[in-house]
Design a protein around this ligand. Structure first.
Ligand code: SF4
Length: 272
């Protein structure tokens, strides 16, 4: 079998977040009991990933808000054992909470091969100044994406929250989703041992709002399935649509026909 390279592999480490965004692309407000993923489960996902992939370009850890999980320094240190097998460690944050000293020390060990991606939500990102100063002080590379005012990154967010099922055939859905950004990026996402072809599959299934079809994801903890079989499923990830694709509008993004909304509009009270 040819070598398998993951361009983007995101491992979900928490479903807790400091914000409650109405159009959260990861459906975080829909999680009934948001929680951190235990350290042992995260490193099990890491081990399985490096068993299945010959190389990972971007190893990402995502939430929720990544700095809500305070065990992450140990995870970053643990990943150093695979340092020769991935290019870059990438984290995303909303600048509402700072990493702790242990996290900063661990991230510093990656030097230029670490990148913090900061979503700047204006007033909501109330720790923005301290965040930037902290990374500058410790020489940790970061980039910022602006999500407020009139010049929002990509014109703002799309609304993928309706989760209405399309009545397309599998062939029609496959054709449509070939143009999907997540497919083009091969943006695989893993949550508690389930490796999915994209973030939307991952979070639609994990939140319980869409039921996956048989074979939609790889169960990394299934010891009865061989590594070769799991690699075969990964190789077929983008060859047919998943159950999630029938509920998803991401593939329409390329056509520039989807309305854009201001990012990070907050839900009130217990609204979903
Ligand atoms: S259409 Fe949605 S569910 Fe399907 S691959 Fe794209 S992002 Fe994932």
């Amino acid at each position: 079998m040819d070598s398998i390279i993951a361009r983007r592999l995101a491992i979900v480490t928490t479903t807790r977040c400091t914000l409650r965004c109405k159009l959260c692309s990861n459906f975080m407000p829909k999680f009934v009991k948001p929680a951190d993923v235990p350290y042992a489960d995260i490193v099990a996902d890491v081990d399985h990933a490096f068993e299945l992939f010959d190389r990972i370009e971007w190893l990402q850890f995502v939430g929720g808000e990544i700095f809500m999980n305070r065990d992450m320094a140990d995870v970053y240190n643990y990943c150093l054992k695979y340092r020769g097998h991935f290019d870059k460690l990438v984290l995303m944050t909303n600048a509402t909470i700072l990493p702790n000293a242990k996290e900063i020390e661990a991230l510093g060990k990656y030097g230029e091969n670490c990148q913090i991606q900061i979503s700047d939500y204006g007033e909501l990102s109330h720790k923005m100044k301290e965040t930037c100063m902290l990374y500058e002080k410790h020489g940790i590379p970061y980039i910022m994406k602006t999500y407020y005012g009139d010049a929002q990154h990509f014109g703002g967010w799309i609304d993928n929250s309706k989760l209405l099922k399309s009545n397309e055939t599998t062939e029609q859905a496959h054709k449509r989703t070939l143009g999907c950004q997540q497919v083009k990026l091969k943006n695989m996402h893993c949550y508690r041992g389930q490796l999915n072809r994209c973030s939307q599959s991952c979070f639609m299934y994990a939140s319980g709002f869409v039921k996956p079809n048989e074979g939609d994801f790889v169960d990394l903890n299934d010891a009865s399935m061989s590594t070769e079989k799991k690699r075969e499923i990964i190789e077929n990830f983008y060859k047919y649509p998943r159950a999630s694709c029938f509920y998803c509008v991401w593939s329409e993004m390329e056509k520039n026909v989807l309305p854009r909304f201001p990012a990070a509009e907050q839900l009130a009270g217990n609204d979903l």
